[in-house]
Design a protein around this ligand. Structure first.
Ligand SMILES: NC(=O)c1ccc[n+]([C@@H]2O[C@H](COP(=O)([O-])OP(=O)(O)OC[C@H]3O[C@@H](n4cnc5c(N)ncnc54)[C@H](O)[C@@H]3O)[C@@H](O)[C@H]2O)c1
Length: 253
């Protein structure tokens, strides 16, 4: 079914090659947006061509690289920016290395400085814009075991989101964060495999991941994409500066 909830909007998505970014790019295209789906993995990204959405353009954008971000933003001139790129490190504070910390801060947080700094002037000129930042339920919302670096970076995303929102609230720009619980995606399957190797079987790892979700299942990427579409659309015109929790009841207990 094709809708028109995002007709006339141009949407730039980082990390659209797989998982939530890909599902969100497809969902926004299905709602009529002109979507610019980007990633560093062009093999994954190019499969979007098979989905027959004429209104999706793909190109390489490395969220760690300022020049790549500036060029991508100049090409897309987005009304909607979905900052989805991020990485999950495993471990507690005593496991964290400086390199892991630097990498996660760079990809999970500083990438948003790059993209927002490049995107905002155009949005301000046009007098409208919706910025959606990928945080997590594991952030300032809740702590999760062995997610020290990850939870720290995703909490920073919420602070970044609120700061941008408050500075531009009267200028037509909205900035929100989304905070999913566990979502089925290629990298999640990698994390299940890694934990399975420690525990002795993938089934045990799967049980551990699923058991922390009160609904007894993890989310689909499409369920998160539906929230992205809402925040991208004018239906959410009165919400800004908030972490939108979508975690199957994980933090609601
Ligand atoms: N899967 C979950 O359980 C879950 C839960 C909450 C939040 N998140 C967040 O959602 C986002 C997407 O995660 P996912 O699990 O859906 O996808 P994923 O981790 O399977 O895929 C990540 C994508 O990011 C791309 N990428 C990596 N480095 C990049 C860079 N420098 N520039 C641009 N793209 C880059 C990869 O090529 C890949 O296509 C992440 O920020 C993650 O932290 C995921």
């Amino acid at each position: 079914m094709t809708g028109q909830r995002l007709k006339g909007k141009r949407a730039l998505v980082t990390a659209a090659g797989q998982g939530i970014g890909r599902a969100s790019a497809l969902a926004m295209a299905a709602e009529g947006a002109q979507v610019f789906a980007t990633d560093i993995n062009m093999d994954a990204l190019s499969t979007i061509r098979d989905t027959n959405h004429e209104n999706i353009e793909i190109f390489e954008l490395n969220a760690l690289d300022d020049t790549s971000v500036k060029e991508g933003v100049a090409r897309a001139q987005p009304d909607v920016l979905f900052n989805c790129a991020g990485f999950v490190h495993h471990g507690s504070v005593l496991d964290a290395t400086d390199d892991e910390w630097e990498f996660a801060m760079n990809l999970n947080v500083r990438s948003m400085l790059r993209t927002i700094r490049a995107t905002l002037p155009g949005m301000l000129e046009r007098g409208q814009g919706s910025i959606i930042n990928m945080s997590s339920a594991c952030s300032s919302v809740i702590g999760a075991p062995n997610r020290f670096i990850y939870g720290t970076t995703k909490a920073a995303v919420i602070g970044l989101t609120k700061s941008v929102a408050v500075d531009y609230v009267a200028k037509g720009i909205r900035c929100n964060a989304i905070c999913p619980g566990t979502v089925e995606s290629p990298s999640w399957h990698d994390r299940v495999d890694a934990l399975g190797a420690q525990l002795g079987s993938k089934e045990q790892a799967m049980t551990q991941f699923v058991s922390r979700q009160p609904m007894g299942r993890v989310a689909t990427a499409e369920e998160i994409a539906a929230l992205v579409v809402y925040l991208a659309s004018d239906e959410s015109g009165f919400t800004t500066g908030h972490p939108h929790i979508i975690d199957g009841g994980w933090s609601g207990q």
